[in-house]
Design a protein around this ligand. Structure first.
Ligand SMILES: O=C(O)CCC(=O)C(=O)O
Length: 205
C-alpha cells in the first residue's frame, strides 16, 4: 500500500502518515453508500455565549461507556458499532494504534466545515503534561475531496486534499503541537463523509 510519511518527508515536518489508497475505489464506494444511512444529526454548539448549529452533520459509534463531550457543549453518546463499520480492526492492523470510538462528519456542501482545533478532549486520554506520549487519531475520507489544513500552533498551514478511500493518521503528540481544519469553500464540492477513529478512556476497555 502506498504510504506518505509526512512526518519524515515534508517540509515543514508534520506528524502525519497519509495512505491515499487505504480502501480500493470499490470498497470506498460501498462504505460511502453504507455511511449515508448512519444516524446523522445536526448538533448545537455553544461558542462565546451563543448557541448555533454545528456546520456539518455528526454521528458517533463505539464501545459502551465511551461518551464524548467536545467544546464543553456538544455531548455525543456512542451507538453500537455496526458490522459495516469494521475498519477499525484494519486500521489497527496497519498502524498499531487502537481505537474505541468513531465520530463521523458529513459535509453536505462547501458551507459545511470544521474550524481550527485540536482533538484534545480528556476522554481520549489527552494529557497536556505528557504530550509526546499522547494518542493517535485516524481519519478515513469518503466522497467529495475537501481541503484539509494543518499547522503548528504558532506556524503556517500546509494544505492537503483528502481523497475518496484515503486514510490520514495523526501520530501521538500531534494534538498537542498542531491544529487542523477543513475550511469552508465557495467551490462546488460533492458531499463528503469523514470517519475519525479515536481512543477513549471510558467504558472499562
Ligand atoms: O473532516 C476531516 O477530515 C477532519 C475532521 C476533524 O478534524 C475532526 O473530526 O476533529
Amino acid at each position: 500500500m502506498q504510504q506518505l510519511n509526512l512526518f519524515q518527508e515534508s517540509t515543514p515536518v508534520l506528524p502525519l502518515t497519509y495512505y491515499p489508497d487505504f480502501l480500493s475505489q470499490e470498497l470506498a464506494n460501498e462504505l460511502y453508500q453504507h455511511c449515508l444511512k448512519l444516524e446523522w444529526q445536526q448538533n448545537q454548539i455553544r461558542i462565546a455565549g451563543k448557541t448555533m448549529p454545528v456546520p456539518r452533520l455528526e454521528c458517533i459509534y463505539g464501545d459502551a461507556g465511551c461518551d464524548y463531550l467536545y467544546s464543553n457543549s456538544v455531548f455525543l453518546k456512542p451507538l453500537t458499532w455496526t458490522d459495516n463499520l469494521p475498519k477499525r480492526d484494519s486500521i489497527t492492523a496497519l498502524t498499531g494504534y487502537k481505537f474505541r470510538i468513531v465520530i463521523g462528519n458529513q459535509y453536505r456542501s462547501g458551507q459545511d466545515s470544521i474550524g481550527w482545533h485540536s482533538d484534545n478532549e480528556p476522554s481520549m486520554g489527552y494529557e497536556p503534561a505528557m504530550p509526546a506520549a499522547g494518542y493517535a487519531y485516524a481519519s478515513l475520507s469518503l466522497g467529495g475531496v475537501r481541503k484539509f489544513q494543518i499547522k503548528p500552533r504558532d506556524g503556517k498551514p500546509t494544505d492537503f486534499w483528502l481523497e475518496h478511500g484515503s486514510l490520514l493518521v495523526m501520530h501521538p503528540g500531534c494534538q498537542s503541537t498542531h491544529l487542523h481544519q477543513v475550511p469552508k469553500t465557495k467551490k462546488v464540492v460533492s458531499n463528503r463523509i469523514n470517519l475519525t477513529f479515536r481512543p477513549h478512556t471510558g467504558g472499562g476497555g
